[in-house]
Design a protein around this ligand. Structure first.
Ligand SMILES: [Zn+2]
Length: 348
């Protein structure tokens, strides 16, 4: 039996459409009126978008309802689903805490409120009946001011009980004009001993080699093997891992066909660069982790051996997995049954 590690999942995009629709029916008359029937909502919520920016716009719909009061409601359902349907033993959940604070507050009050949000998410992720190792990655955001992003890094460093690293999100085309600022923030994060990942080389507009040295993992990074394979040996030497989330590229219009990922996997395997497969926005896509795996197999993007290599890589590159072995090898001994011995001399 295989248990999985998910390294790339956004809190905003992790709410499955039916849970969100039902929440609107119960709590939000405006959205409930907009989508009186579930199928219409599912169609709106999960349909592919033309660009990454258009796709990210949808996150604001979920962010607006994920508040201090409602976060436990959504996170409980997320952990329940991940335990029962996805066999997750390990989950890193990422989000921008500032975007869950109250818009009525001033910037500095919102920065203060982020501490509570991290605690609420941390406590809600520990569900006794659905055991799983969970940790948070706090995302800096390309559309937030420097002071807020720096406060996010500081908060990550102060909240090691709940937080295992930092990320940069918000659309990789928007980093260009503030590149030095983001380099400085990553340098600062590393100086505090934080683990780092970042949404980078996701689209052709998001290729910033200047940021690569500061990252331990690369969020997506598919444009490296696709367009800049000369960088792969550098990644291999640094022990950096790509977090590849197949469905996303079809939903954002970055790729037209999942089979285009074959080059990504082939070149990474050849160069010795690890890949962990993630869902990114499992709810928004209405796609669970196993489907990502199965789809890559049935479309001949990877074979079973390569899939297992990616599943192992996920545990090796997990920022907060506390064990030296993955859970499958721990379980195998328990589940193995000895073949029954036949009695000597008895005719078969
Ligand atoms: Zn992402």
């Amino acid at each position: 039996m295989t248990l999985y590690a998910e390294l790339h999942r956004h809190l905003g995009g992790s709410v499955v459409p039916r849970i969100l629709w039902r929440y609107f029916q119960r709590q939000n008359p405006e959205q409930a009126g907009r989508f009186p029937e579930y199928p219409g909502f599912e169609e709106f919520y999960t349909r592919p978008r033309n660009t990454l920016d258009e796709y990210l716009e949808l996150h604001t719909l979920v962010e607006s309802v994920q508040t201090e009061e409602t976060l436990p409601y959504f996170i409980y359902r997320l952990i329940r689903g991940a335990h029962i349907f996805e066999n997750l033993a390990y989950l890193e959940l990422r989000y921008t805490p500032y975007l869950r604070t109250s818009e009525r507050l001033s910037q500095s009050e919102r920065i203060d409120q982020m501490t509570q949000i991290v605690e609420i998410v941390g406590k809600a992720s520990q569900v006794a009946e659905y055991p799983m190792v969970t940790s948070q990655i706090l995302c800096m955001h390309s559309r937030l001011p420097y002071e807020v992003n720096k406060a996010i890094v500081d908060l990550a460093a102060q909240s090691q009980e709940y937080v295992c690293g930092v990320d940069l999100a918000g659309g990789d085309a928007h980093y260009a004009e503030r590149l030095d600022e983001f380099i400085g923030l990553y340098q600062y994060a590393r100086s505090l001993g934080l683990k780092t990942t970042g949404h980078l080389y996701e689209t052709p507009d998001g290729c910033y080699p200047e940021l690569l040295p500061y990252l331990m993992r690369i969020g997506h990074g598919i444009q490296i093997p696709l367009k800049h394979p000369e960088l792969l040996s550098q990644l291999q030497q640094q022990g950096q891992c790509l977090e590849v989330c197949p469905t996303t590229y079809l939903k954002t219009g970055t790729l037209q066909d999942i089979r285009q990922l074959k080059v990504v996997f082939d070149r990474c395997f050849e160069a010795g660069v690890d890949i962990a497969i993630g869902t990114d926005n499992a709810g928004l896509h209405n796609v669970r982790l196993q489907f990502e795996y199965e789809n890559l197999l049935t479309q001949d993007v990877i074979n079973f051996k390569q899939l297992q290599a990616c599943q192992d890589a996920a545990f090796r590159h997990a920022f907060a997995w506390p064990h030296t072995q993955d859970p499958t090898s721990l379980l195998t001994g328990l589940l193995k049954t000895e073949p029954k011995k036949t009695l000597a001399g008895k005719s078969q």
